[in-house]
Design a protein around this ligand. Structure first.
Ligand code: GLY
Length: 349
């Protein structure tokens, strides 16, 4: 339980979508009065400096102090951006997250990676921005997990978050992985599922505690993300270039992580001796729940270009991944050659 008495006032940040579905229920049993609420437009395109300025303007207008508390109620955008605005306001006020998507509950809501996307001044007006390029590490005072908020979430959103839970399980042990692979996903918003979420969050927290600033151990959390981010960026590029209006080719983040995990499990088999049956089990789970990866072998050059630009690579011209020796035994900093990657992408297609 949060001791609200240590704060002079409590403010709440949310977005238009969440305000409709979750704000009344969350406010009614929070256990503290809210001094004021700021509702921002929803969507990743608003995760920028202009929105942060709106949050700072609002906090100044409300005369929030360093002893005030900001509650971020929303998905990853609100948690990341609200955390950044709070931790830089007057050199830092406390904040808590109440994530409303499964992805935010198990990922963005904990770990203190706050920030916004960045468009350089010279490219003002362009839709391309550098994701999470500006930010600070600043842990929330607490993250409140309320599984009942998931009951209205579309299936696609749930699967997106579930992929990050699978990732945590792959990094933990075979028993947890088997439990998640066999879980009936229609049973979300139940106490049982709440317990699975809490264990997943506790695992992430234990990793973050060992390496809060992402210099070493925390990089195990990148499993699936080297290939996954490249697929995500490629699909987004395709959507932005598409001549057919409203043609949606982008996929939710977690879907791309799931595709990335299968490719990186295959690399793990080739490079680190991960047993082949782990690769085929993950592949089967992907095909049954997330469908085939929406890339073909013809996309290899474009994926390679995106992977070479990944900020996780320490040296130019190399591609670095977190791989697995076995379930529960990740190894960070594994250099992968383009030929090995081509084979993994071919496996995925
Ligand atoms: N999303 C991975 C991390 O927080 O490090």
């Amino acid at each position: 339980m949060i001791d609200f008495s240590s704060y002079d006032r409590v403010f709440l940040l949310t977005d238009e979508q969440v305000a409709k579905c979750c704000l009344p229920v969350v406010c009614s049993d929070l256990g503290t009065p809210i001094s004021d609420v700021l509702v921002l437009p929803a969507g990743e395109q608003h995760k920028n400096l202009a929105s942060v300025q709106r949050i700072w303007d609002w906090l100044f207008a409300q005369q929030a102090t360093r002893s005030s508390l900001l509650i971020n109620l929303g998905g990853g955008v609100i948690c990341d951006m609200g955390g950044f605005a709070a931790s830089t306001y007057m050199r830092g006020m406390a904040y808590i997250n109440i994530p409303t998507t499964l992805l935010a509950m198990v990922d963005a809501g904990t770990g203190g990676k706050t920030g916004i996307d960045y468009t350089p001044m010279s490219e003002a007006g362009s839709t391309a921005s550098l994701k999470n390029a500006i930010g600070v590490f600043a842990e929330p005072v607490d993250t409140i997990i309320r599984p009942e908020l998931l009951s209205t979430l579309p299936a696609e959103e749930l699967l997106s978050g579930y992929a990050e839970m699978i990732k945590h399980a792959v990094l933990q042990n075979p028993k947890t992985l088997a439990e998640l692979l066999n879980y009936d996903l229609r049973q979300v918003a139940t106490p049982d599922f709440g317990e699975l979420i809490r264990r997943s969050v506790a695992f992430k927290q234990s990793v973050v505690e060992q390496d809060p600033h992402d210099k070493g151990r925390r990089q195990i959390l990148n499993f699936g993300h080297t290939v996954g981010h490249a697929i995500e960026a490629l699909l987004l590029e395709r959507e932005q270039k598409s001549e057919v209006r409203n043609q949606k080719s982008a996929k939710p983040h977690g879907y791309c992580v799931m595709y990335g995990m299968v490719a990186e499990a295959y690399l793990s088999h080739m490079i680190c001796g991960l047993p082949a049956e782990v690769v085929s089990t993950l592949n089967r789970f992907m095909l049954e729940n997330y469908g085939t990866a929406p890339v073909t072998c013809n996309d290899f050059d474009a994926l390679l270009r995106l992977m070479l630009h990944d900020k996780k690579n320490k040296e130019q011209g190399t591609i670095v991944c977190t791989l697995l020796q076995s379930v529960g035994q990740p190894v960070t900093g594994q250099t992968v050659t383009p030929e090995q990657l081509r084979e993994a992408i071919e496996y995925l297609c």
